[in-house]
Write a protein that binds this ligand. Structure first.
Ligand code: HEM
Length: 398
């Protein structure tokens, strides 16, 4: 095995590694050790596009049932199950995410985007993350779950505190995550009870409460975790693509101008933003049976990280992968994963990103960074992105 240079700082458990600039390390892995063993943590990682894709497809050998976070037990939510339980659970809510259902939400999403912009447009400056990128997915997913708009700030705080602890094992981070989970559970109990009482299935929480799987209802723990998966999956990820995508667009003025003039390029721009940012840094699979990838032998029980951002910069698949290009075609990125667990919310995220970008180009046409980067990024080993990005624009009325 070729050992990586120490300065690459490869540590697959570390929030600082994923939250910093892991791309030089990914590049090294793809060239030298695409099936990489992090000996200190006892974890494998797949860095090449072809391996991430084939492990995602081969669910018999690469199982989700051991959980999707490294060294962390599985939780009662769809992503931590294999078929057939995975399929049953996913089906309960998948009707809320079909392309037709999502298309029908476009006007609603546009209204939320305009509300978000209305709140800052007279100010001439704001924090892009806190004021623009974060509120949109939170409002969309909060409405789908059926939570009171007044409670959104709490949901945001809990989901942030839970994710902040991923890869940062300080007492403060761990206590913060535990407290956030306890508060979320306490908040959800009466919400679940209210759906039980009214019999309402008008929103995703109601659908989950009343859903029957082979005559059984989901238990309390499952309801808490399934709703949490949808909340965190929908909220943190989309926000990071919005902010990281805007940062890279503002650094490529020619492409920004093309986009402003020709909105038919929006969908392609969103795909490139997804490839570029890849906010989910990895998911874990557990090897079920001794298996070989390339010249590496993996043993049953080993944990393997699928490195999506690395796969998305693989030169075997993407021409000049380190070039940001809103007209890249084809763009078969793996930011939403691949195979049985392919992101349930992918159409919704794409819609939110396209509509918000469109509204920003129209309503805040000279939006720009208030100062040079780099901007602080969340130091976490799971979902990371920019935490704060001050911007300015010419004030307008709502
Ligand atoms: C830019 C935004 C998003 C990104 C990059 C993203 C990425 C991902 C990835 C990488 C996976 C794992 C796929 C795999 O293992 O193959 C996933 C699964 C999932 N995502 Fe997303 N996601 C996003 C937005 C959303 C939204 C908006 C929702 C819901 C409102 C959502 C809900 C889910 C759920 C429920 C799963 C689990 C699916 C399963 O296990 O079958 N995601 N997502």
């Amino acid at each position: 095995m070729t050992r990586p240079p120490a300065e690459l700082g490869i540590d697959l458990m570390s929030g600082a590694f994923f939250g910093g600039d892991p791309y030089p390390a990914f590049d090294w892995m793809r060239r030298h050790e695409p099936v990489f063993l992090d000996e200190a943590n006892g974890l494998w990682a797949l860095a090449a596009y072809r391996d991430v894709k084939s492990a995602s497809t081969d669910t018999a050998t690469f199982s989700n049932a051991g959980g999707v976070r490294p060294r962390f037990p599985p939780l009662p939510m769809m992503i931590d199950f294999d078929a057939p339980e995975h399929v049953r659970r996913r089906r309960l809510v998948s009707s809320g995410f079909t392309p037709a259902r999502v298309r029908a939400m476009e006007d609603h999403v546009r209204r939320i985007c305009d509300d978000v912009i209305d709140r800052v447009c007279e100010l001439g400056s704001c924090d892009f993350v806190t004021d623009i990128a974060a509120p949109l997915p939170l409002a969309v997913i909060g409405d789908m779950l059926g939570v009171d708009p007044d409670d959104r700030a709490d949901l945001l705080r809990w989901s942030e505190d839970m994710l902040r602890s991923q890869g940062v094992m300080t007492d403060e981070a761990v206590t913060g995550a535990m407290r956030a989970f306890a508060e979320y559970t306490e908040y959800m109990e009466p919400v679940l009870e209210a759906r039980r009482r009214t019999g309402s299935s008008d929103d995703l929480v109601g659908i989950l409460v009343h859903a029957e799987i082979d005559g059984d209802r989901l238990d309390r723990d499952s309801l808490i975790h399934e709703t949490l998966l949808i909340l965190v999956g929908g909220d943190e990820t989309t926000r990071h693509v919005m902010s990281g995508g805007m940062e890279v667009l503002l650094g490529h003025r020619d492409q920004l101008e093309r986009l402003r003039r020709d909105r038919t390029l929006l969908a392609g721009a969103v795909e490139e933003m997804l490839r570029w940012v890849s906010p989910i840094k990895n998911m874990v699979r557990t090897v079920t049976t001794d298996t070989r990838i390339g010249d590496r032998e993996l043993k049953a029980g080993d944990e393997v990280l699928l490195l999506y951002p690395s796969a998305n910069r693989d030169a075997d698949v993407f021409d000049e992968p380190d070039r940001f290009d809103i007209t890249r075609s084809p763009n078969p990125h793996l930011a939403f994963g691949f195979g049985a667990h392919f992101c349930l919310g992918n159409q919704l995220a794409r819609l939110e990103l396209r509509v918000m970008l469109d509204r920003l180009l129209t309503r805040l046409p000279d939006l720009d960074l208030a100062g040079p980067g780099p901007f602080p990024r969340r130091q976490a080993n799971f979902i990371t992105g920019i935490e704060s990005m001050p911007v300015t624009f010419t004030p307008t009325s709502p």
